[in-house]
Design a binder for this molecule. Structure first.
Ligand code: A2P
Length: 344
């Protein structure tokens, strides 16, 4: 089997660390792994599964001889450096939002639209974390019942805001317990004007607002990316909320379908969906919770129930480790799928 020279860009970040773990633990066939980050991290050592790596500074020349690069260092970094990687002949799987809605770039969740990998031109975009777990959970239901509309509310962990988001929740919680002043300087959005306390709180803003339509950028990602992945004009209404959870996004998802819902069939489809695990036994108070699925590559679905008034509607609770299925694992899975399809 061919082995690949791999690079991970943003390797010191919350997602980058998981990308390294996924490359190794999910057996991506690597010959070498080059870890790239900013000049601040150059020379740092990162250990994973008994292997030791020295972080290098990302430069325009980092991609000579590299076959495939996984990117998670922010949109502006991908915008600037991916073209150099393409010139060097490297295939790029990008976890930032920069290329996602580019019509020349496939946006892929392998179990939903792997066929789109066939028309890539050197970049494959990894969707937003909240979108991935939702479209993965709903894929088989859409095939069977034809979803017309999704209404989703998210409960998103602070690790979605990187290492800084996790530090902020921990520091604020410690300050509250010790009766010290609470400092807020990262959430809801590091570059925005105001910051709010996340410890013991929920913040109904993730990313900046579009004042023209009153939705946040995160919400619009769920709207637009779902249409692109499903290749249909599906209606999506999203409310994205940051909650004081360290890791793992949860979503309350309501769907309306063209065909009436057969609830037994829905359970059966969810029990047999690729990458999805049904965790639903309310008689025994069993349902998915973020805290139970840290580090897992799967999407967990529970609280599945038909709407009381509408025969064409169903609600469910969807949980995933957004650093894994929502980012690192999905990226590595795209690479593995490309190898399987003879595209890498
Ligand atoms: P560094 O640790 O050197 O700053 P997170 O958002 O989880 O903190 O991760 C951001 C990732 O992006 C980190 O690996 C960070 O590296 C990397 N990064 C940030 N700025 C740059 C840059 N200018 N060049 C390369 N990597 C960068």
């Amino acid at each position: 089997m061919k082995k690949y020279k791999v690079a991970i860009v943003g390797a010191t970040g919350a997602v980058g660390r998981e990308m390294l773990r996924c490359v190794i633990q999910y057996h991506f066939p690597f010959e070498s792994i080059k870890l790239l980050a900013s000049a601040r991290s150059a020379g740092k050592t990162i250990e994973q599964d008994g292997l030791s790596f020295v972080v290098e500074e990302l430069t325009e020349n980092s991609f000579e001889g590299i076959d495939v690069a996984f990117w998670s260092a922010g949109g502006s970094i991908s915008e600037k450096f991916v073209p150099y990687a393409i010139k060097a002949g490297c295939v790029n799987i990008d976890n930032t939002s920069h290329f996602r809605m580019d019509p020349n770039v496939p946006l892929v969740v392998p179990e939903c639209n792997s066929e789109d990998l066939k028309w890539h031109k050197g970049i494959i975009a990894n969707p937003n974390c909240s979108t991935i777990q939702m479209v993965s959970a709903l894929k088989r239901l859409d095939e069977e019942f034809d979803i017309e509309r999704i209404i989703v509310s998210t409960y998103q962990a602070v690790s979605g805001a990187g290492v800084a988001g996790m530090r902020e929740l921990n520091d604020q919680t410690r300050a509250i317990i010790n009766n010290e002043p609470v400092v807020a300087d990262t959430l809801p959005c590091a570059s925005d004007k105001k910051h709010y306390q996340i410890a013991y709180n929920c913040i109904p803003q993730i990313d900046k607002f579009d004042l023209a339509n009153a939705f946040s950028k995160e919400e619009m990602k769920m709207v637009n990316e779902t249409k692109k992945i499903y290749h249909k004009d599906i209606k999506v209404n999203a409310t994205c909320v940051r909650v004081p959870v360290l890791r793992g996004h949860s979503e309350s998802v309501y769907i309306e379908t063209k065909k009436p819902i057969d609830i037994d069939k829905a359970f059966d489809l969810l029990a047999h969906s690729t990458g999805v695990e049904l965790v639903d036994d309310i008689a025994n108070q069993i349902y998915p919770m973020a805290i139970d699925h840290i580090g897992s590559e799967k999407v967990y679905v529970g609280r599945v129930r038909k709407d009381l008034d509408n025969d064409h509607a169903l609600s469910m609770w969807v949980v995933a480790d957004q650093l894994m299925k929502g980012a690192a694992y999905n990226s590595v899975d795209i690479g593995l799928k490309m190898i399987e399809m003879g595209l890498l």
